[in-house]
Write a protein that binds this ligand. Structure first.
Ligand SMILES: [Zn+2]
Length: 348
C-alpha cells in the first residue's frame, strides 16, 4: 500500500454558494440575514465566514456553513487528520502533542470522539458496498483487561474491514447472527475461513460457497501425518504419501480418491473406549478431507477467490498492531471503532 499524498477533506474560508433548501420547511427562497466570523479548529484556518439566512416561507433563520465546516469547533479536515495520525501509529497523547505545534488544543475526549466518528463514517460508507468474497476470522483483543472473542469480516476484493463483531467464532448460532445480515446486504457469494465447523455450518445455512484457507488445512493435516508416520504399520505408509500429494495438487477428483482410500484402510478396534488406533486416525483424516474437499478448491473455478485467508489475517494484523497502543478499552463501541479504523489502514 504505497500512499504518496494524504487526502483530507477541503475546508473553505467562505462559501460562494447559496443554500438550496430551508432546513426547517424545505422552502427554497431566502434573504441574507447577516454574517458571523466563526472561530474553528483546523490545521490551516483560524476563522471562517458563516452567513445567516432567513427563509421567506417560514421566516426562521439558520446558518449556512462553508464546505468542511459545521456546528462543531473542529473542521472535517481536522477530525479526519486526528484519526489519520492515530492510524499512522501515534497514541492519543501524541496526537494531542503533535497538534499543539499548530496551536490546536484538543482534549483527550475530543481525540477519542474523533476516532469514533471517523469509524462511523467508514461504516456508513461501506454499508451498501457490494462484496462478493468475504474473509472471516476470529481475534481476541483485550477489552477491560479480558480477551474479548471477536470476529472480523474483510472484503477480500479491497482488503478493507466491513464489520467487527462481539462474537465467539466457535459458536455457530452467534456466527450466523453476525454473518447473515452482512451476506444479504453486501451480496456475498463466497466466504473464506479456516476449517472450524461453525463456519462450515453457517455457510451451508446461508447458501454461500466456502473456501477453506489452505494454510490451515496443510497445518493440521501436516501435524496429523507426521504423528502417523511414527505409529502407522509400515504397509500403510504409502497412503500418507498419497494424501500429501493430493493436498499439494488439490485435483478435482481428490474427494473420490480419498474416499477410495478410506474404504481400503481396514477398520480395526483395540478394545472398547480405548485410544483410536493409528489406522482409525488415518481413516478419520481421509473421510474428513474427502467430505470437505469441495471447500478446499473453490478458488480453482472462481478466479477472485484466494486459496488462503491471508488477506483477512493481514487486516487483523494491522488491528492488533494499533489496538495494543490503546490501554484498557472501556467499551465495546470504542474497541470496535479502533479495530475498524486501524484495520482500514489509510484507505478511507
Ligand atoms: Zn423555512
Amino acid at each position: 500500500m504505497a500512499i504518496v499524498t494524504l487526502r483530507l477533506p477541503d475546508v473553505k474560508r467562505k462559501t460562494t454558494t447559496r443554500p438550496q433548501k430551508c432546513p426547517y420547511c424545505s422552502g427554497e427562497t431566502f434573504q441574507r440575514w447577516g454574517q458571523v466570523s466563526k472561530p474553528v479548529k483546523d490545521n490551516r484556518h483560524r476563522r471562517v465566514q458563516v452567513y445567516r439566512y432567513r427563509c421567506c416561507h417560514c421566516q426562521r433563520t439558520f446558518r449556512y456553513y462553508p464546505e468542511g465546516v459545521g456546528r462543531a469547533d473542529q473542521t472535517e479536515r481536522l477530525r479526519k487528520l486526528v484519526a489519520v495520525l492515530w492510524v499512522l501509529g501515534m497514541s492519543l497523547r501524541s496526537v494531542k502533542l503533535a497538534l499543539s505545534a499548530f496551536n490546536l488544543s484538543l482534549s483527550h475526549m475530543t481525540v477519542w470522539r474523533d476516532l469514533q466518528e471517523q469509524a462511523e463514517l467508514i461504516k456508513a460508507r461501506r454499508k451498501w458496498q457490494g462484496v462478493r468474497v468475504l474473509g472471516v476470522d476470529g481475534a481476541y483483543p483485550l477489552l477491560k483487561g479480558k480477551k474479548q472473542p471477536t470476529i472480523v469480516a474483510i472484503d477480500l476484493g479491497s482488503g478493507q474491514p466491513m464489520a467487527v463483531g462481539q462474537v465467539d467464532e466457535a459458536n455457530p448460532a452467534a456466527v450466523r447472527r453476525f454473518l447473515e445480515p452482512l451476506v444479504q446486504r453486501l451480496g456475498v457469494k463466497v466466504i473464506v475461513t479456516d476449517d472450524l465447523n461453525s463456519y462450515r455450518k453457517v455457510a451451508e445455512q446461508l447458501g454461500v460457497e466456502q473456501q477453506v484457507c489452505q494454510f490451515h488445512v496443510r497445518r493440521w493435516v501436516g501435524v496429523a501425518l507426521r504423528e502417523l508416520e511414527q505409529t502407522l504399520p509400515a504397509e500403510w505408509l504409502w497412503v500418507l504419501e498419497e494424501v500429501k500429494k493430493l493436498l499439494s495438487e488439490l485435483p478435482l477428483e481428490g474427494s473420490q480418491r480419498l474416499f477410495q482410500l478410506w474404504k481400503q484402510v481396514p477398520q480395526k478396534r483395540i478394545g472398547q473406549g480405548g485410544d483410536r488406533s493409528s489406522l482409525e486416525k488415518l481413516r478419520y483424516i481421509l473421510i474428513r478431507m474427502s467430505e470437505h474437499w469441495a471447500s478446499y478448491r473453490v478458488f480453482d473455478w472462481q478466479k477472485d477467490v484466494p486459496w488462503t485467508n491471508n488477506g483477512t489475517e493481514q487486516a487483523i494484523g494491522r488491528m492488533k498492531m494499533r489496538a495494543r497502543t490503546v490501554r484498557g478499552y472501556k467499551s465495546w463501541q470504542g474497541m470496535e471503532a479502533a479495530l475498524l479504523l486501524s484495520g482500514s489502514g489509510l484507505s478511507w
